[in-house]
Ligand binder design. Structure first.
Ligand code: SAH
Length: 251
């Protein structure tokens, strides 16, 4: 059996209880060494064999899983954050299906949640934005034309950009083609929840110069939108004049 497990965004104690238990029981662990904090491996048992997938191809990863399955061993495939975002995981599941190797999936805390914690931000504020766009700039992996940042930028919603911190000059141009201005608040969150976490508040107009000054070009998320500003409406849910299923409005 293969267990896909989300390792969380960095901080070793941010793996789920279920994820830590699966690590403890695993005979074989394949982890994404380029992004998963190696401290997460403290939960494994000392007899487990550990592979770093950063140095492996998809075929080599599957071969390790196949071998383990033949020896009736349990494998944990540890992905950074949650595997549902930029996880290159579907291709693994499809090959496991072909081989008839069963797998299950334990979610993890994605880095976009870790970044919100680092910023002490709420991505959805009444009167400001009620949506979060998660996207990226094109890199080695292309982005469909209809999903270019300039298209999404038309909405002016909260936007969280993965895999883009080395492309901030281009990103700024794309953002400014939409509803954001040079002064729209933005932030660069480096290694959210890791011990070396850093947060740089800036604006859309100063994203590139901030990253250059601070020497940030990887393992960072870019957060954009007026939720990082100071204006918003209070919620109706907790408003005294508002009746809910659980509470009557106060006169
Ligand atoms: N599945 C992961 C994302 C993998 S893509 C998740 O759910 O978080 C890798 C990109 O994620 C990095 O280039 C960076 O943009 C972002 N990232 C991952 N961990 C991060 C962290 N702790 N802080 C900031 N960005 C992070």
């Amino acid at each position: 059996m293969v267990h896909f497990v989300g390792a969380g965004p960095g901080g070793a104690d941010l793996i789920t209880v279920r994820g830590a238990k699966l690590l403890k029981e695993a005979d074989v662990i394949i982890y994404a060494g380029s992004l998963v904090n190696p401290d997460v491996l403290q939960y494994r048992n000392e007899n487990s064999v550990v592979y770093d997938s950063a140095k492996m191809t998809l075929e080599e990863v599957i071969e390790v899983m196949k071998q383990a399955h033949q020896e009736k061993k349990d494998t944990v495939r540890l992905h950074t954050g949650d595997k549902c975002l930029y996880g290159a995981v579907r291709e693994q599941m499809d090959l496991l299906d072909e081989l008839g190797i069963p797998y299950d999936d334990t979610p993890g805390v994605s880095s976009f949640c870790g970044a919100a914690s680092a910023l002490q931000a709420e991505y959805t504020l009444p009167g400001v934005s009620q949506s979060v766009i998660i996207t990226r700039m094109p890199g080695k992996t292309p982005v469909p034309e209809r999903e270019m940042v300039r298209e999404f930028a038309k909405h002016g919603s909260t936007m969280v950009l993965f895999l883009s911190s080395s492309l901030l000059e281009e990103l700024q141009k794309e953002l400014l083609m939409g509803a954001y201005t040079e002064d729209t608040p933005a932030a660069i969150v480096y290694k959210a929840t890791w011990p070396e976490e850093k947060v740089f508040a800036c604006t859309v107009g100063t994203l590139a110069e901030t990253a250059k000054r601070e020497n940030i070009y990887k393992t960072a998320l870019i957060v954009v939108g007026d939720i990082l500003g100071s204006e918003y409406d209070r919620s109706l849910l907790y408003h005294p004049h508002f009746t809910t299923e659980f509470r009557k409005a106060k006169k």
